[in-house]
Design a protein. Structure first.
Length: 306
């Protein structure tokens, strides 16, 4: 796959900022936790000379995409990054020099109508990153209780009328199973503000996708393990796209705990494994935001292992 095709698959956000954040040592060991279209991975490999990159992805399309990337400095791990430590151990890797995670869904996944990620196409409600997983969007919508739906819409989508929407979905599915994107949108349209329909659909779809793929739990586990596998002086570079993710990343980098609570030793000194390089998140330039819609909500944070 040439560079043009690769960026058509997935246009990597803040590519140079991510590379600078990693502060690459040419013979170091690096991890790209979200291979996707391979934009970040390809750029990291260009900076290696004797080093190695291990990339993770559980999405079948991303795995197929990686088949064309033949480089001795590169290994693709077909798995969820929540098992970071376990997979690296299987390759004999105990410590790494840098970890990159771009938490956004790839452009390709959104544009692939049959995957059911996008509100733009009609398809069966799916949204699974790992196509072999049991839980799909259809399962969530048709089998979750009113209380469960209320919780995920409010927590993961920050949907204002989450309770009312959950009740409406539960009422609608009594008569007929909700199977497609359009069937769900038909219900959502009654609760969206006029002129703001697409934003509302996006919030609800985001909430369902996060639940289907257990994204918050996976992120928590990955952040905890990252601090363990990074060498002293190693860099953790994470790009998030909504406030829930960013809060967890910020807490880990600033406070040393996912919960945001400070842990102190006997003498009152704060115990934390990472030192944040940037107090505020790095955002894409206006020029990049114009060219790449996904860059608008991206927040990049960088920390170094103390």
């Amino acid at each position: 796959m040439n560079e043009q095709q690769e960026y058509a698959y997935h246009n990597p956000v803040m590519l140079q900022e991510c590379i600078e954040g990693l502060k690459i040592n040419p013979n170091g060991v690096y991890v790209d936790l979200t291979f996707g279209g391979g934009g970040h991975s390809r750029e990291i490999v260009k900076h290696l000379d004797g080093g190695h990159l291990y990339a993770f992805d559980q999405d079948d399309d991303a795995v197929k995409n990686a088949k064309g990337f033949n480089d001795r400095s590169f290994t693709l791990i077909e798995g969820n990054f929540r098992y970071l430590k376990r997979y690296l151990k299987a390759y004999g890797i105990k410590e790494v020099d840098g970890i990159l995670a771009d938490l956004g869904i790839s452009s390709h996944q959104i544009d692939e109508a049959s995957r059911g990620f996008s509100t733009r196409f009609d398809a069966e409600l799916d949204m699974r990153m790992d196509q072999s997983a049991d839980l799909s969007a259809k399962e969530v919508i048709n089998s979750y209780s009113k209380e469960q739906l209320h919780k995920i819409f409010g927590m993961y989508g920050e949907v204002k009328n989450a309770k009312t929407l959950a009740e409406a979905i539960c009422s609608a599915r009594i008569n007929k199973e909700i199977i497609t994107v359009e069937e769900l949108k038909k219900i959502l349209s009654k609760f969206a503000k006029r002129g703001k329909e697409n934003r509302y659909y996006a919030q609800v779809f985001q909430a369902i996708r996060i639940e289907v793929n257990q994204e918050m739990q996976a992120l928590e586990e990955m952040l905890e393990q990252s601090t363990e596998v990074l060498k002293t002086g190693g860099r953790l570079v994470v790009m998030s796209y909504h406030s829930l993710e960013d809060r967890l990343v910020k807490n880990m980098m600033m406070k040393g705990k996912i919960s945001g609570e400070l842990e102190k030793d006997f003498y009152g000194n704060v115990i934390k494994p990472l030192e944040a390089i940037n107090r505020k998140p790095i955002e894409a330039t206006e020029e990049e935001k114009e060219k790449n819609n996904r860059a608008r909500s991206a927040k990049l944070r960088v920390a170094e292992k103390i």
